[in-house]
Design a protein around this ligand. Sequence first.
Ligand code: MN
Length: 403
Amino acid sequence: MLNNLIGAMERAIQEARQWREKTVQIFHHNDADGLTSGAILTRAFEREGFQVGRFCLEKPYPAVLKKVFEQEGKLLVFADFAGRIAPLLSDLNRGRNLTLILDHHVAEASTDPMVHNLDPDLFGLKGDRDISASTTCYLFARTMNPSNRDLAYIAAVGAVGDGFFVDGELISQNRKVALEAVQQGRMEIHKHEAGEQYFLTSPTGLLPVLELSDYLDLLGGVGYYQGGPDMGVGVCLDGVSPESDRMVEELKAVRTKIFDEEIARLRSGGLKKTPHIQWFHVEKRMFPMGVKMIGAFCDAIKDTDLIDPQKYLAGFQIIPDEIPGFGVITFNEVKISMRVSAYMEGEIRAGRAMGLNTFLPEATSRLGGFSDACHTLTAATTVAIGREEKLIEEMEKILKGES
Ligand SMILES: [Mn+2]
């Protein structure tokens, strides 16, 4: 299992070393796991003498991938996403760039020998238990050069950030990197009845890893369009600074202001209702926060008195036609995030109401939209701008059992 993964990494590393250019482009996700992955890869490739271009993405949007793969003869690395879309990357690549995927989500095999899918899911490890993207990147970095062992603590931060614990503890590969970091004096693990608590050691004392991963999530998510990801990667490599603290405080204030304004709108009639759904549209008002914030806003209000607990909750947000590092990219798309109240959660768990994943992806595909992350209690998809009401109608049809 693990040996096969390391073997595949060795082959990919050998090809990267022999690549005609000593330049690498790293594309990584914007949550704590993605930022730590980006940090580990940046440091590891720099140590090998590569020039690193780093790009943080909220999602591997097809429009962005198309632009990336217009290039030829490049070394491209994708971290904390793209495992599942290795066949798509293969079609786009057609042998032209050396492409490495270091993800941990459910994966599909590549169909282009120049696309190395190093997602541990293909090697018998579970991405939602055993191994985070950051730990995958760490194994890659350590395979490239044992001197990268000192990056173990960064991998552990990403693993804690993704939150995959068993009985309150990291397990398997994630646990191994945490123990390595402990051995190196970079971390402490404190045992409790309900599991373990993880701390980074620092000159100013112990720093709870959970707090640091929230800090990184905020930089990457709230600060996505304002240089937050760069700051986050800096924090992973060099620690928290007065500058990063200031940015986090400013971002929290931005979030509070925008959320408060939206709550005021909803109170003055901004919430529309159909038989099973209540929904609203924030247009572009979440900007300059990232597109994850529409889901975060739904989470913030789903159990308040604004909301009818017996209806599903949906929020729409226009996806900005801009990706940091890429400039203007025209999406013409709106994102819908859905959540449920505590009451509806009980109904869904008891099988008396449909889970979000049963009707949102179906309604989305009827409108030619794109489904990404759909679970029973949280879900998000995208459709073309202007199709919002139609999407609600399609969901109502399914919920009413009409078709
Ligand atoms: Mn992850």
